[in-house]
Design a binder for this molecule. Structure first.
Ligand code: PEP
Ligand code: MN
Length: 333
């Protein structure tokens, strides 16, 4: 249930009113204060609440029951876009955010070299996998803790905040200095992991699962937010369909749908969607035109010899050309 308060209410009135609600009912109240209105989001079992009685209160503008099962992630609870700030970089502030870097961290030279190059082209974040979810247990599994150390060295040299994937909560200590924790597609419904990440204060880049709906993705965001961490970034990375030409099918329509249903920023991954380097550019352009807040792109200095996902990795030079085209699209929509 959401209660929109009249524009002239004071902080004291808001506090008294929400205290009254929490004392009377077994609920939590989430307050969102905008410049022109205040929205109280009621979380918990609200079916006993008499909405007509609330509507009659002096300070209340309107009362609405929220049908969707996700509440904190719902735009009704938080009408303005959420902006996530990490150091000097932002996601969701209306500008296009670029997250770029290799699929996997391979060496100090590799990650630092790529970090410098993508920063020069306008990336605001460095990505790089340290713990890799590979289909085969015999494939390269990532440099793990050492990979995170190398990302931190690249951060020290470039100032770029780092984004890297967590696969098990047992590794959380290693992520202490990581700026944005990625939850990969395969873990989108690892609810215990999501709940633990909800207790941290780190931004979480939540990738849509391989075969999950928009609503399931928002419910996974809700798992994180329900524990107190509101800094969630949604990531559309393609879903499984009958098509085999591409690795996955980029669901372009998910971008405006996520933006309509939720206030959380939306980032698109063209690399794991298409799975082919030459497709990265058109998919990025389409994503930006459809309203994406950012892109997460795999960039490798030597794609032919990459230890993981070389076929979908673009070179720093291609990334530079891409970044220029993206600015042109962004500035014209
Ligand atoms: C990745 O970003 O490196 C990755 C494994 O992506 P996904 O979880 O989307 O497959
Ligand atoms: Mn990859």
């Amino acid at each position: 249930m959401i209660i929109v308060l009249k524009s002239n209410v004071s902080d004291e009135q808001i506090l008294n009113f929400s205290n009254l609600l929490t004392e009377k009912y077994d609920i939590k109240v989430n307050t969102w204060r905008g410049t022109h209105s205040t929205v109280l989001g009621l979380l918990g079992d609200t079916h006993l609440i008499d909405s007509e009685a609330l509507q009659a209160k002096e300070i209340v503008e309107s009362v609405k029951r929220v049908q969707e099962p996700y509440k904190k992630a719902n735009r009704a609870f938080h009408p303005q876009n959420t902006v996530i700030t990490v150091g000097n970089s932002k996601i969701g502030d209306g500008k296009l955010s670029l997250i770029a870097g290799p699929c996997s961290v391979e060496s100090k030279e590799q990650i630092t070299g790529i970090a410098k190059a993508v920063k020069e082209s306008g990336a605001g974040f460095l990505r790089g996998g340290a713990f890799k979810p590979r289909t085969s247990p015999y494939a390269f599994q990532g440099l793990r803790g050492e990979g995170i150390e190398l990302l931190l060295e690249a951060k020290k040299e470039t100032g770029l905040p780092i984004v890297t994937e967590i696969m098990s909560i047992a590794h959380l200590d290693l992520f202490e200095d990581v700026d944005v924790i990625q939850v990969g597609a395969r873990n989108m419904q690892n609810f215990e992991l999501l709940k633990e990440l909800g207790k941290t204060n780190k931004p979480i880049l939540l990738k849509r699962g391989l075969a999950n709906t928009v609503e399931e993705t928002l419910m996974s965001a809700e798992y994180i937010m329900s524990q107190g961490n509101d800094r969630v970034i949604l990531c559309e990375r393609g879903v499984r369909t009958f098509e085999t030409y591409t690795r996955n099918t980029l669901d372009i329509s998910a971008i405006p749908i996520f933006k309509k249903l939720s206030h959380l920023p939306v980032v698109v991954d063209p690399s794991h969607s298409g799975g082919i380097a030459w497709l990265v550019e058109p998919l990025c352009l389409a994503a930006v035109a459809a309203g994406a807040d950012g892109l997460i792109v795999e960039v490798h200095n030597d794609p032919a010899h990459a230890l993981c996902d070389g076929a979908q990795s673009i070179t720093p030079k291609m990334f530079d050309t891409l970044a220029k085209k993206l600015s042109a699209v962004k500035n014209n929509i």
